[in-house]
Design a binder for this molecule. Structure first.
Ligand SMILES: O=C(O)C1=C[C@@H](OP(=O)(O)O)[C@@H](O)[C@H](O)C1
Ligand SMILES: C=C(OP(=O)(O)O)C(=O)O
Length: 451
């Protein structure tokens, strides 16, 4: 598992023009939810296109520990025989969610209204992340939790004996917190209500409805109000997981900064709660087009075509767009380094509690590679050096963060000198085929024994 093995240093050298098609893996958010909702349905859910990244494999193991039958039939092809809402059994051992914030937080929610006890842990990154944001609303349902100081893992959650429904306004924009409350609400009587001031990714709402839950979403002056009726019998589904826009971001952004590139990234979901990066890149003047726009499973889908864009300009990224591109700021900051002028990113303090403090990780690594970065608690600014202006040449720390590792590997494809990442193992959490896929397009990597 990432974070426990030998570090895998990887150097990224100037790439050849990136050309061809990039078939990126399945969506991580939807993959976690497919397994969890499949485990809470009655009968067999079939899944194709499931991401086989380590984060999702941990969730599959966790669902087995809670009593569901989870079987891999072949690459991406899975079945889950669910135990029904309220049917989880008590895990016999500690549940290790690895590197996955989404996995642990959604599973805590899913079990918090069933009278069982479970202890959760994860790798060094996950053990440093705040869990109070989920255990606070779980306490309102009647669950108890005992963790390390600061609400850190390892943590034991004692599910509520007689859960009560909850009305909860999320204190920060977080789809994980929203989803944990909705999943807990499944096994509470009456109506559970979540209110979010800023809309976040809505996969849980769409999928809960798909599984047959009674759920309504209303936009009000207070924010988005989501109401779920408790105690549904969830119906098993057949799910084809769409490709992950957050993974698509890497070949797209690499193509924009590597001279001579022209890359097609087919079948990417453009759900508006996820597509903020692509709009931002277009606002910066990127040659990024949506081809073959269509609807699949009720969601907009397109093939993304990205070509080398030497004339991109820095912009102020609208803060209200932050939730729809929260995982994409690291790679955006790489693109911003190759634009001209300043790109400023505000309203992004959530970046400080991801797999790493992503503002700090990117700021330190970009500075080491010759880029000027200013930062405050909830904002940062990157001063671009133009299409050929980034020196590169440094070794950076990935900090057990897949998106930091992949972002700096993309930087090295276009900078004057190679960029080395001290440990690329975390890439396997979300994008296990990143290295071969990017190599096929024209990237050049060198594996090192020591960074
Ligand atoms: O719900 C989800 O699937 C996710 C929500 C986001 O986290 P937050 O809820 O902490 O913003 C995102 O960063 C994460 O990669 C996936
Ligand atoms: C923040 C992320 O994931 P998680 O919170 O699930 O660890 C991510 O994938 O960028």
């Amino acid at each position: 598992m990432s974070g426990h093995g030998t570090p895998e240093p990887l150097r990224s050298m100037k790439a050849a023009p990136l050309k061809g098609e990039a078939h990126v893996p399945g969506d991580k958010s939807i993959s976690h939810r497919s397994l969890i909702l499949g485990a809470m349905a009655v009968g067999e859910t079939r899944i194709t296109g499931l991401l086989d990244g380590e984060d999702v494999l941990r969730t599959a193991d966790a669902m087995r520990a809670f009593g569901a039958e989870v079987i891999e039939h072949g690459p991406g092809n899975w079945s889950v025989h669910g135990v029904g809402v309220g049917g989880f059994r008590e895990p016999e051992d500690v549940v290790d969610c690895g590197n996955a914030g989404t996995g642990v937080r959604l599973i805590m929610g899913a079990m918090a209204t069933t009278p069982i006890t479970a202890t959760f842990t994860g790798d060094a990154s996950l053990r440093s992340r705040p869990m109070g944001r989920v255990t606070d609303p779980m306490a309102l349902f009647g669950a108890q939790s005992y963790g390390r100081r600061g609400g850190r893992l390892p943590m034991t959650v004692v599910g509520a004996e007689s859960p009560v429904p909850v009305r909860y306004k999320t204190p920060m924009p977080s789809a994980q917190v929203k989803s944990a409350v909705l999943l807990a609400g499944l096994n509470a009587p009456g109506e559970t209500v979540v209110i979010e001031a800023e809309p976040t990714r809505d996969h849980s709402e769409r999928m809960l409805r798909g599984f047959g839950a009674d759920l309504s979403v209303v936009d009000t002056p207070e924010g988005r109000v989501i109401t779920l009726k408790g105690h549904p019998e969830l119906q098993p589904q057949t799910i084809d997981v769409p490709r992950d826009p957050s993974s698509a971001a890497f070949p797209v952004c690499a193509a924009l900064i590597v001279e001579g590139s022209d890359v097609l990234v087919p079948n990417i979901g453009l759900n508006p709660t996820r597509a903020g990066l692509f709009e931002t890149l277009r606002d910066m003047g990127a040659d990024l087009t949506y081809e073959n726009m269509r609807e699949e499973g009720g969601e907009p889908v397109a093939d993304l075509r990205a070509r080398f864009s030497p004339d991109m300009k820095g912009i102020e990224v609208p803060p209200e767009r932050a939730a729809s591109m929260i995982d994409e700021y690291p790679i955006l900051s790489v693109v911003a380094s190759f634009a001209s002028g300043v790109t400023s990113m505000h309203g992004v303090k959530e970046l400080r509690v991801k797999e790493s403090d992503r503002i700090d990780a990117m700021a330190k690594g970009l500075r080491a590679n010759g880029v000027t970065v200013e930062e405050g608690e909830d904002w940062w600014e990157v001063t671009g050096l133009g299409a050929h202006g980034v020196p590169g040449g440094a070794t950076v720390q990935a900090r057990l963060d897949h998106r930091i590792a992949m972002s700096f590997l993309c930087l090295g494809m276009a900078s004057a000198n190679p960029v080395t990442v001290d440990d690329a193992a975390p890439v396997r959490t979300s994008f296990p085929v990143f290295e071969p896929l990017m190599t096929t397009l024209g990237a050049r990597f060198e594996r090192l024994n020591t960074p």
